[in-house]
Design a protein around this ligand. Structure first.
Ligand code: GDP
Length: 295
């Protein structure tokens, strides 16, 4: 998970760690390497620049040069900034409403359907939740089947209407079905395309307006490069989503583009996906992740 970023940042900070005394030049050199590590990990250029500027300001403000353990203090400042980059405090999902309605958005292949199953299972395990999954991908019958397979595997009900090509109507009927059958959470899985297209955006915008979710989540494959930021912006413009889900963090991912999303759209990362299995879901804690990245 963020192995590349972790390795590069460690390399950048390593030299400072043992120093009893450092100079302003050491700080400048280190921050240059930190910036390079961020850029190598695909962090957006502007964000990487801001990141190192912030650390520099804090380092000068806290008088790193005269501190007893300047190297360690620098590591702490970078760790704090990384925590901020990833969102600061952890933010949960809003489960208000009866039923609570959660809308999943994102490109095809980002991991929406898999994550819908994971989230339903995660909530079901909380005992007080009885989720319903709703299949709204009217373009790919295989996606509907995929959700049914997950539902059976997890023993979670799935609502679908295979012959119907009206995704908005299916979403509404799904919520009504949940109400009528005592489900207190509805997770609506939607269609994605390989890129942003107007029809998809109109459709998900209309679904959003029709079912007024308490939580709209944007799912992004953390292996995606800089494009992830533009995709997130496009979805956020239409949906003003509430949170980001980073999937495939188990892979050999640079992950920096996904981390940039938080800063660009100013929405918290709420969960991460760390594998194909239904148990591979974790609540995202920025501070813990920063600790992990900086070892
Ligand atoms: P959708 O088109 O957005 O619904 O994407 P899917 O849920 O069908 O996922 C696309 C592929 O990514 C599938 O092969 C999933 O098994 C895989 N996948 C989803 N989440 C993860 C994850 O966290 N880690 C890994 N390694 N694979 C994942």
């Amino acid at each position: 998970m963020f192995d590349n970023l972790s390795e590069k940042l460690d390399g950048a900070l390593h030299k400072l760690k043992g120093h009893g005394q450092i100079t302003e030049i050491n700080i400048a050199e280190t921050l240059k390497e930190v910036r390079r590590a961020l850029l190598d990990a695909d962090v957006n250029y502007k964000i990487a620049k801001e990141f190192t500027n912030n650390v520099k300001e804090k380092a000068l403000g806290q008088d790193v040069l005269n501190s007893l353990k300047p190297g360690q203090l620098m590591v702490k400042l970078v760790k704090d900034e990384l925590t901020q980059l990833m969102g600061g405090d952890a933010v949960g999902i809003n489960l208000s409403g009866t039923p609570s309605v959660i809308l999943m958005s994102g490109l095809q292949g980002s991991g929406k359907t898999t994550f819908s199953g994971k989230l339903a299972n995660f909530l079901k395990n909380k005992k007080t939740k009885n989720p319903l999954l709703v299949a709204c991908d009217v373009y790919r019958p295989a996606a509907i089947d995929q959700l049914h397979v997950l539902g059976e595997q997890l023993n979670i009900d799935v609502y679908s209407d295979k012959g119907n090509s009206d995704a908005v109507a299916i979403a509404k009927a799904g919520v009504a079905h949940a109400k009528a059958n005592g489900h207190n959470v509805v997770i609506v899985d939607t269609a994605g395309r390989l890129g942003i297209d107007e029809q998809m955006m109109n459709e998900i915008g209309n679904i959003h307006a029709a079912i007024a979710p308490s939580e709209t989540l944007f799912v992004v494959d953390s292996m995606t490069g800089q494009d992830a930021v533009n995709t997130a912006k496009a979805f956020n413009d239409v949906l003003d989503f509430d949170g980001v889900i980073l999937t495939k963090l188990d892979g050999d991912t640079r992950g920096g583009a996904a981390l940039s999303i938080k800063s660009v759209v100013d929405k918290p990362i709420k969960f991460i996906g760390t594998g194909e299995k239904m148990e591979a879901i974790d609540v995202f804690y920025p501070e813990r992740m920063a600790d992990r990245i900086l070892g």
